[in-house]
Design a protein around this ligand. Structure first.
Ligand SMILES: Nc1ncnc2c1ncn2[C@@H]1O[C@H](COP(=O)(O)OP(=O)(O)OP(=O)(O)O)[C@@H](O)[C@H]1O
Length: 460
């Protein structure tokens, strides 16, 4: 599914709105461009300390060692093994550090972006947004940026490599090309945690779809592709419970914003003026009911996303915030379960009309046990609360991820320990992975040959 973007730069602060730029819709393009030399690593040497949850990983340590020994990290330090993917703004290559043991190599994904080509297509800002976002992420279900450097007019981002492909491919491998309810619950729960973290960091993701959810070697997910994301400020709020019979929440849930108490100052990972929020003491937390630290009031009018996944408020151009991610989360969950998206029309225009006008219909899922039937009822309830056309009435629209995590469908999910749960599928052992990525197809001569910077990166 092609992404669509009509806006090159939309840094928003919450509560402010922006106008739609005059640039037109743009779709994936491709080109061949030459590359000549490798220059400096631009990753801060202090970033090791900013990656506490990955600092002990072999891949992280190997890059840290390299930076220490060579004083920098550059393209010449990597052996490009093969291209593993390409998108609208760049190609992604599987690579490893030169001179390391071939028996136990640390594999990396290097995203190579041709800055000149992107500038000509007015998409440079997208690459810049992605680079900035990758630089601040530190979460088990989000990519770790190991290094970044420039080579001629190419920008290179060295990230964690995901050997398990993406969830679209995984879905297509399933019987009837759809996941079981329990598998869908697992992938949805991990994706929800990734979105929750992004929101807390002041990032509205905006492009959730199975293609962008990669599967790691251990079977857990990694959300990728941040060039369409929106960076904004977050104003944490304390929300007091106040039962609202008209709300879209469950009876045993509450959903009221009437007593929202903003905590000052503003939290943002990007704003130069941002300061850290005041420490919230346990006593304070006991005194109130809910802490919401999501950019629920962010407003952008950009037309970005993937047609089948676009939220109504994005299509209508009325301004959108973090609630778009809960709409796309609903479409995502629907696709995992049904193998199709809910509003797909004969063409993009009809799809957009369906999103705006067509009521949601939820076909029955074939179930064989009472427990499965109960699960189906719960997941359908969640989807119908996510795919509410009015973002203010959508679950998550007023209180963010906490509302969704509390839904009956996720009852029993151990959010803190989900990364230790065995995933529905674990990509096979290292040898199989290596043959899948083509590592074993290289001859010894090829593996050991000194790396030549190619005259051309293979754009298509
Ligand atoms: N860390 C990774 N590990 C393995 N494969 C990856 C990784 N990152 C990206 N890929 C592969 O490369 C492809 C292109 O990457 P990505 O989506 O980031 O590029 P893009 O140019 O931003 O694409 P888009 O057009 O969706 O914006 C992905 O679909 C995926 O298959």
């Amino acid at each position: 599914m092609a992404t669509v973007a009509r806006d090159e730069s939309d840094y928003d602060s919450s509560c402010s709105s922006i106008t739609v730029p005059s640039s037109t819709l743009s779709f994936g393009g491709s080109r061949r461009t030459s590359v000549s030399s490798s220059v400096a690593d631009t990753t801060h040497s202090s970033s090791l300390s900013l990656k506490p949850h990955k600092a002990h990983h072999a891949a992280w340590e190997a890059v840290a060692r390299l930076r220490c020994e060579a004083g920098r990290v550059g393209l010449d330090h990597f052996r490009i093994i093969r291209r593993v993917g390409s998108g609208d703004i760049g190609n992604v290559y599987l690579c490893q550090i030169r001179g390391r043991s071939v028996a136990e190599p640390c594999l990396y994904a290097m995203k190579v972006v041709d800055r000149e080509a992107l500038a000509a297509r007015k998409k440079l800002q997208r690459a810049e947004t992605e680079r900035e976002i990758l630089g601040v992420l530190d979460h088990p279900f989000l990519p770790t940026l190991y290094a970044q450097f420039e080579a001629s007019h190419y920008s290179c981002l060295v990230m964690e490599f995901c050997s398990g492909g993406d969830l679209l491919t995984a879905r297509q491998r399933q019987p009837s090309r759809r996941f079981s309810i329990s598998s869908a619950k697992f992938y949805a729960a991990e994706t929800l945690l990734a979105l929750e973290y992004l929101h807390m960091m002041g990032i509205v993701y905006r492009d959730l779809k199975p293609e962008n959810v990669l599967v790691r070697e251990d079977g857990h997910i990694m959300l990728s592709d941040f060039d369409l994301s929106l960076k904004c400020d977050v104003v944490p709020k304390l929300i007091r419970r106040k039962p609202d019979p008209e709300s879209n929440c469950n009876k045993n849930q509450t959903c009221s914003t009437t007593c929202a108490l903003p905590i000052q100052p503003v939290l943002s990972c990007f704003s130069a003026s941002a300061k850290r929020t005041k420490a919230i003491t346990p006593t304070t937390i006991q005194d109130i009911d809910e802490l919401v630290a999501e950019p629920i009031n962010a407003r952008s009018k950009s037309f970005v996303g993937t047609h089948e996944y676009l939220a109504p408020e994005v299509i209508s151009g009325q301004g959108h915030g973090s609630a778009v991610d809960w709409w796309t989360f609903g479409v995502f969950l629907y696709e995992l379960l049904y193998g199709i998206t809910p509003f797909k029309g004969e063409n993009n225009e009809k799809t957009l009309i369906n999103i705006l006008k067509q009521p949601l219909s939820l076909p029955r899922i074939g179930v064989s046990t009472t427990k499965e039937y109960e699960e189906m009822v719960k997941v359908q309830d969640l989807i119908s609360r996510l795919l509410v056309k009015n973002p203010k009435r959508r679950i998550g629209g007023c209180k963010g991820s906490v509302e969704i995590k509390r839904h009956e469908f996720f009852k029993g999910v151990n959010w803190a320990l989900i990364r230790s749960v065995r995933p529905p599928e674990v990509p096979s052992d290292l040898n199989k992975i290596r043959s899948r990525v083509g590592l074993t197809k290289l001859s010894k001569k090829e593996r050991d040959a000194p790396y030549q910077i190619p005259l051309h990166f293979d754009y298509f």
